[in-house]
Design a protein around this ligand. Sequence first.
Ligand code: C2E
Ligand code: CA
Ligand code: CA
Length: 614
Amino acid sequence: IDYTLETPVGLRSFEARSRALGVPVRGRPAVVVVARDITDRLAHEAELRIAAQAFEAQQGLVISDANTRILRVNRTFCRITGYQPHEVIGRNAQGLVSGTHDDALQESIWQALREHDGWQGEVWNRRKNGALFPARLTISVVRSKAGDITHYVESLEDLTQSTQAEREIHSLAFYDHLTALPNRRLLTERLETTMNALARTQEHGALLFIDLDDFKKINDLHNHHNGDLILQQVAQRLRSLAEPDHTAARFGADEFVILMAHLGSDPDEATHSVERVADSILERLQVPFTLENRQYRTITASIGIVLFRAHQPPAKDVILQADLAMNEAKQRGKNRWHFFDPAVQKRVTQRLQLEEALKRGIDQQQFMLHYQPQVNAQHEVIGAEALARWPQAPEGAASPGIFISVAERAGLMPALGKVLLEQVCVQLAAWQHVPTMRHLRIAINLSVSQLFQPSFVSDLLETLQRTGAPSNRLVLEITESILLNDLDEAHHTLSTLGAHGIRFSVDDFGTGYSSLAYLQRLPLSELKIDRSFITDLQHAPNNQAIVETIVALASALRLEVVAEGVESVDQVQLLQARGCMLFQGYLFAKAMPPKQLETWVEHRQLQPVHAKPA
Ligand code: C2E
Ligand code: CA
Ligand code: CA
């Protein structure tokens, strides 16, 4: 017998058993009733029934254990995917659900599960018959009281059937209706995804916050319809500028964002790439926009830039910082970009100033060559290396290591290199009239971009002819990286010049990519052992072995070997013992102006051979 009784603790249900007692109590037949309160059990059973009902819902459901092994699936799941329960139970849910997705997505799902115990998004899924279908996937984590993950519940909604209207609602949620660019929400999601992806690759990403200058004025002057036309055209231009893995988004009324990923691990390279994009945005906006009735006008924008890595700064700060930087760009006069990080901005500004100074310097002939002597085993001067000097260099940029690489990146090296080649030829020609100098070979460094200028060969030959410099006294120092570019073209250039007596030396040898193939194939005459192997030759048996190998290689290929950066007598002895017979370094002399080199050479010749080096 079951009872429901009103009790002091509320309405309770009881399950009761009764038995006749057999003996009368107070003269009446009696029964004993044993009742158990089953209120809680009934509630639990009802819950289970509801749960079972719910489990057979409209959505496919997958329950898996802490190791994502599938424990249970519902009928809808089977209907959607075409699998029978026994075909999937025991399999790994990860492979089955969202199995077609990239690592970045998997990673961001896992991160969301760790941090928020849940994830929701749209994924491509595969049916048993192999067909892909779009699905909305929701994953929730079930934890024990102790907080350990015990289960995952995944619900899968097949979106194939969703109507066009629903699709449009989705696109409304993620795309801006005026420009069809991703909206703020989708951008924020992509920023998160990008940051997660960068966590693995250690690369940089960047966010450019673009705000059109004086857009309100344009709207007032030309009416809103024209304002919209401009926004659409801006969107189009930004989209065409963005690489496939960039996102161009509309952030607000006249605010746009470009999100760039995979900018490499070198911060300077990354800064450079972003600058180029920012420059081209400003440039593209200079092209007139078409308004109603074939009116035209140009606009400008201010751009704030944040460079980021994995989670530095956190995603939520990136947009804020870019916005702040954009405001700074406005305050500095609009139609420009500005980096949020003051250190980055400072470096960039300095580099831009340096580029300007370089251009001026080239025009005004501010560059000159100093010459560092090279000696043989008898310590006789056999030649010199010409090294660029820039007396008027802006502060901090006097070292050629700096200004040459900036010139290289700014595309100024062909021009600067030409000026320097001209100078070295004039000097070589002049030294033909100085008996102590006429036999010296003069080396000059060539940068990658110089050698591959189409007019390089003809320019150089013309310069030699015009100045009267003997081409068989000229040595061109190239680096191994030149040879990586295009072996055929390098071969052609070197052979042509080689036929005129010009010689080639491989600079910084041992630091780059070397292959016997090119060493053999190219008309080279010398290897210069990089300074890094010489610096602590005494204490690095490794380096001694490298020197020996380079010397052996050179002798097999009939090339000369020069050691650069020689600073001590010990080094000379070690080098000589290993067969290297030409030296250049501070032990003998630093680079000096040409007149001073003449005196230095003259003075040296007065000293007895084998005299201890100065
Ligand atoms: P590099 O061609 O390897 O030049 C050798 C560098 O080592 C020179 O520095 C030289 O002054 C320095 N050096 C020479 N002997 C010693 C020594 O015993 N100890 C030490 N610590 N250093 C020594 P510099 O003049 O500062 O030039 C740096 C780099 O700039 C050059 O390296 C070269 O790559 C580039 N460079 C210089 N002039 C030119 C040029 O006219 N054209 C091109 N394309 N690059 C140039
Ligand atoms: Ca050199
Ligand atoms: Ca070198």
